[in-house]
Ligand binder design. Sequence first.
Ligand SMILES: Nc1ncnc2c1ncn2[C@@H]1O[C@H](COP(=O)(O)OP(=O)(O)O)[C@@H](O)[C@H]1O
Ligand SMILES: [Mg+2]
Length: 376
Amino acid sequence: MDNPFIFRAYKSKDLFCDRQKELETLVKNSISHSDTTLIAQRRIGKTGLIHRLFDEIKTQKLPVIPVYADIFATRTLEDFVKVLSESIMSAIPEKSNIGKKFSKFIKNLRPIISYDPLTFAPQIQFTLQNEEEKVQTLKGLLTFLDGQDEKILLAIDEFQQIREYPEKNVEALLRTIIQKLNNVTFLFCGSKRHMMLDIFSGERNPFYRSTEFLTLQKLDHDVYADFIERHFLSAGIKIDADAIERILDWTRTHTYFTQRLCHTVFNMGSPKIDVSLVNQAAAQILQSDAVIFGQYKQLLTAGQWDFLIAVAKEGEVSQVTSRQFLHKYHLGNPSSVSRIVDSLIDKNILDENITDGKPIYSLNDVFFSRWLEESY
Ligand SMILES: Nc1ncnc2c1ncn2[C@@H]1O[C@H](COP(=O)(O)OP(=O)(O)O)[C@@H](O)[C@H]1O
Ligand SMILES: [Mg+2]
């Protein structure tokens, strides 16, 4: 039997735990032309949820064509246009009506089209475009989508990446184009909270209050526990309640880490799972990831490293500049620690989660956190 605990791309509804409420909201927004901004920390399940939504749209045969564009690796507006056109091309069947029209539209732009030899995903290279032509191509793509009979849902993952582009006024440009569309609904997704909030709720910014916000919290403890038990049982494996508790506690119910630990436990091939087996699997993961964690040390200052050890030992910290915390771990003065906090958030190593209006800090990588906690 295949391992039911996935920590890579979304596979199926059955292997995806819960998110019913969020899914309902997204389905509703997709068909009612409401744009949504989905913000949550890394590896909690945003991309998975987008694909779960697409799956739902397809199985319910909803009158929406979903298009997924991941702009994580884009560096310029040109890359953005490229990824967008490739995403549209992958999403609509070549032989359908829209597909034929789209091919024609794209060919007018004289691109070089090739196919990835492994995935067969289309790769589009536009030739010799100046700034103005790039903007026109972008407008053309979105206006093309808008002109179709069917509604389109365009999910743009890691949207905050547009802030890294060297071109000026990218947000204003996008917002101006998007505002005019009647048939395309957007789902903007991102993990850099500060940036995403600034884009969509910064009063001076073009996207100010243009979308509905949706945040993803950790999965519900009990619902996740049932999910885990059920998937072990259906493979004929009996898992103790204590062992499930240990899994959720050690991974802090953070989706990717919980999935990966369950995956490793499952692979141990035992018909009966107790706490000690879970501990063995956890140790195995830390041992394998230690190579990566060791490298982090080279990339960080001694101050940053010591700070991370302190947060790891605490698990999570709400007042990172309190005298008590600084004193306990010999961390120096509040202003230098504030700078460390900012730079670690920026590097995506530290997570700042706002609960009841107050920030709580923890390491983004739960396994790294557990490793520091045990090693120092
Ligand atoms: N609700 C869920 N149930 C089971 N696995 C999930 C769930 N949400 C996410 N995952 C898995 O966890 C991993 C991390 O999720 P992902 O969607 O990539 O996170 P994000 O996009 O927030 O960084 C992926 O392998 C994904 O398949
Ligand atoms: Mg993602």
